[in-house]
Ligand binder design. Sequence first.
Ligand SMILES: [Zn+2]
Length: 412
Amino acid sequence: MKTKSPNISRDGSCVVIPGMATAHSHAFQRALRGRTQRRPTSDSSFWSWRGLMYELAAKLDPDDIYNISRFAFVELALAGVTAVGEFHYVHHQPDGTPYDDRVILSDAVIRAARDAGLRITLIRTAYLRGGYQQAPMSGQKRFIDPLVEHVFHDIEKLKKRYKTDDQVHVAIAAHSIRAVPIEQVRELSDFARENKMPLHMHVSEQRRELAECKQEYGITPIALLNQHGVLSNNFVGIHATHISSDEIKMLGETQSYVCLCRTTERDLGDGLAPTAELINAGAEICVGVDSHAVSDAFEEMRAVELDERSRTEARTVAAEAPKLLDAATRAGFTAIGMKEKWHQDQVFLSAADPSIACVDDALLSDAVVFGATPRAVQRVTINGRVIVEDGRHVNYEAVLKGYEKTMQKLSL
Ligand SMILES: [Zn+2]
């Protein structure tokens, strides 16, 4: 079927699309790429991967977080991303003691994005416990705040610090139902509504999380959030992989956002959200790079449809190209509180790039969404400012140097 998206046009030798948003990122995890793929001696699972991620998180100082994040953000820019929602949960020193400047690590991530030229929403994440009836593991101590008031305080501090920079937004997250009891999720949700900022939360990513939630509350996470009035078009559920048909309905009726992170979900063996059913029910879909296991915004976008094809053994199941592009642009910007900004950025793709060459105007959106790779990205502008030119990031060499310095130090 031929479709033409109003968001894709031609400009000389280029095809122009709006800047893309990745609504869910943990930039520091970029340092794990290629380093978690071998079979461990014990079981290989999400939970064994999480152990490796905790080991990395325990080693990082503010400069490391800055260097790794800046490199990750430059790679996103090279793939046509102009706005990132950074779900940030590494807050304190390795033993859990806050830094003198409590927000020094959030600040490092924000500066990394700004120095890479990207827009960022720093999603200050609440992480209040190790799990239901579980003492924090040593690797979790950096993440934990005893009270939600600490989270609110840090958000106010960040908002104040960056109030004159309109490319920096601040939002709030509950890490997960494992890490935040429902009473505090409600408080975070109330705060988000009062402050007109989105509330993000990992939900139903792994079956074990469902079992733990049932053990504590008698129901599964989405149903619990619905019962407590947390779901709304201000709520962004990350993953929503293992959910019931009633929960699909709840997310749809409340017009909640679901952020799919397919390259990471594949990497971690999470499973696959019932994407087509979510879309049909009325949920808003956006996408995220999450662990940076792969950084390809085009792949992230088309995987929403293509992975459903693998499951259903059918084609054109969840969405066609315009809807997928909408998920990667308008919906993603809205999910990170930048609704009014999404049309200000542009990504110029070389029309001669092999991935999209010789395509009819009427099929442009299909060709770009289902075929383009980051190699086609020639130029990226954010509100008119060029951050990628001739397929190179304007500051690539210096950024790579910083990343190399940190990776040598960490010797992972
Ligand atoms: Zn995540």
